[in-house]
Ligand binder design. Sequence first.
Ligand SMILES: C[S@@+](CC[C@H](N)C(=O)[O-])C[C@H]1O[C@@H](n2cnc3c(N)ncnc32)[C@H](O)[C@@H]1O
Length: 283
Amino acid sequence: MPPSGTSPTNPPSHLPPYLPQNAAERFRTDIPSPARAWNYWLGGKDNYEIDRAIGDATAAINPEVITIARQSRLFLIRVVQYLVAEAKIRNFLDIGSGLPTQSNTHEIAQQIIPEARVVYVDNDPMVLAHARALLRGTTPEGVTDYLDADYHHPGQILEEAANVLNFNQPIAVMFMGVLGFCQDYETARRIVADTMAGVPSGSHLVLWDCTDTSEAAKRSTETYAESGTLPYHLRSVEHVDAFFDGLERIEPGTVSITQWRPDPAQGGTPDHVNGYGAVARKP
Ligand SMILES: C[S@@+](CC[C@H](N)C(=O)[O-])C[C@H]1O[C@@H](n2cnc3c(N)ncnc32)[C@H](O)[C@@H]1O
């Protein structure tokens, strides 16, 4: 925790710039952060020694975690391209956005349709601190915004997102590798259901999570949890698929993310990784 007596005018030196005081209280450098460790696996620089240490320890047990991180970004690119170009979606709610990286959602969407509107949500103070960088590159016609919020509060997220997104049009709700941080599966399902209940017909759900389909993944999540960070809970493929119940699954349904409409232009893609996801339309 930051030292006591910290004031907004005198932030501790280890904090990133632009961090409001309420977020400074949540900022931890003594334990790894999921957003910063993910940034490390993605090859980013917005992480600390403690994040790199758990990143390396986890990857030593399960080297695929790095492949999954990088393949998940390619999956995000393909999905957003599909949503904009084929499903004609213009509004994106990317929940658990993570730190700014290459090919962020607004960049992919606004490249195709400059007026696309995007709201990012995350509850990690490091992501908040870097929100300005996350929003960089927004087109003059488009809007991109950031909410510092916890996905356990879908009502708050929907209410605040409505200040930016057009809720008279379909919205793409994205949970990309984030619901494994919700310990209880039924709670995670309720979060998805409550969020989807608040968006109009024609909206889409995009979701993927790491699955319990590999022994190395199971062992590495134990090591990850022992670091004191927020633990990640692997789901079964059936549980990932059930998040989409009540929605119309878009072909090819729930698959390993590398199998979701692979694009040869993205280069060599592994046939299978232990992360499954899908895209589905709200009737
Ligand atoms: C594995 S990273 C994925 C980042 C990004 N979605 C991507 O695909 O690259 C998980 C993200 O979920 C965020 N997260 C975890 N629990 C959350 C919660 N309760 N509310 C909002 N964000 C959360 C973390 O801060 C982190 O940025």
